[in-house]
Design a binder for this molecule. Structure first.
Ligand code: AMP
Length: 259
């Protein structure tokens, strides 16, 4: 389905019939992390909508937007197999004279918010649009994007939006790398470094307090081809981002757990 009016009509019809609607917003290039979110959504309601929209306003780098992988046919197949009732792929969610933005101003600060100016404004705006179109009872987001979860939870609370936000745990490759559409852009050597990165985040998070970011910096300082962008403990999580060439990876792990 591509038409916003048609999507909204279908959703309102389901709700009138007493069905519980669950939304899983994505930017496409679906992988098993997304599939896990969709399966969770399936258990949470009666109708599952998976949206796929590469939101231009959340990319602070044009090149990142242009290079974002697209494979709609494979996505449709994966979404349906995981349990989606509707694969909603709007062509555009911005008219040329769109002049309304949604900006959360506390949780968007620090970490990715500081390094990607405008990113969370784009996310908050597009998620608000999707919630307006689909009007779900529940929306599922991945903890892999932890700050995004925090921003959306705050936005929903502050704007009294009638939707429950459910966080879903990070799904990882066998070697511990968090699944991400961006992993497709890694060269074979970078893919090896990405596993080193994921392990370093896991190991550093086993420390406690101020030692956690220090440990991560130390573990990665001699890894050539990988540049740590930030490492911070926020609440109970180590949150970190790193660059491998032009690919930016983020990850987070609960601190103080031995695994
Ligand atoms: P994206 O398509 O990357 O914007 O992601 C769409 C949704 O899937 C977001 O809520 C992400 O946090 C979530 N997601 C992406 N990768 C993973 C993963 N490896 N594990 C769990 N959730 C994920």
């Amino acid at each position: 389905m591509t038409k916003t009016a048609e999507m909204q009509k279908a959703s309102l019809r389901w709700k009138k019939a007493g069905l519980r609607v669950v939304l899983v917003p994505t930017m496409g290039a679906l992988h098993q992390g997304h599939a896990s979110l969709i399966r969770r959504a399936r258990r949470l309601g009666d109708r599952v909508v998976v949206s796929s929209y590469v939101n231009p306003t959340q990319f602070n780098r044009r090149s990142d937007f242009r290079k974002y992988p697209m494979r709609p046919a494979a996505d449709l197949n994966l979404a349906e197999h995981a349990g989606a009732d509707v694969f909603f792929r709007p062509r555009s969610l911005y008219t040329s004279d769109a002049s309304t933005w949604v900006e959360e101003t506390a949780r968007s600060r620090g970490r990715c918010g500081d390094r990607r100016p405008g990113h969370f404004r784009g996310v908050a705006t597009v998620v608000t649009k999707l919630l307006g179109i689909v009007q779900p009872d529940v929306a599922v987001f991945g903890e892999k994007d932890l700050q995004q979860c925090e921003v959306i939870e705050r936005l929903v609370r502050d704007l009294y939006l009638p939707v429950k936000i459910v966080r879903h745990p990070t799904i990882r490759e066998k070697d511990g790398l968090a699944m991400s559409s961006r992993n497709l852009r890694l060269s074979p050597r970078q893919r090896v470094l990405a596993a080193v990165w994921a392990k370093a985040v896991r190991v550093a998070a086993q420390e406690r307090g101020g030692a956690v970011p220090r440990r991560l910096r130390r573990l990665l300082q001699n890894v050539s081809g990988l540049r740590l962008e930030y490492a911070e403990v926020v609440g109970r999580h180590l949150c970190a981002a790193a660059w491998l060439g032009s690919v930016r990876l983020i990850d987070n792990r609960k601190c103080g757990l031995k695994r």
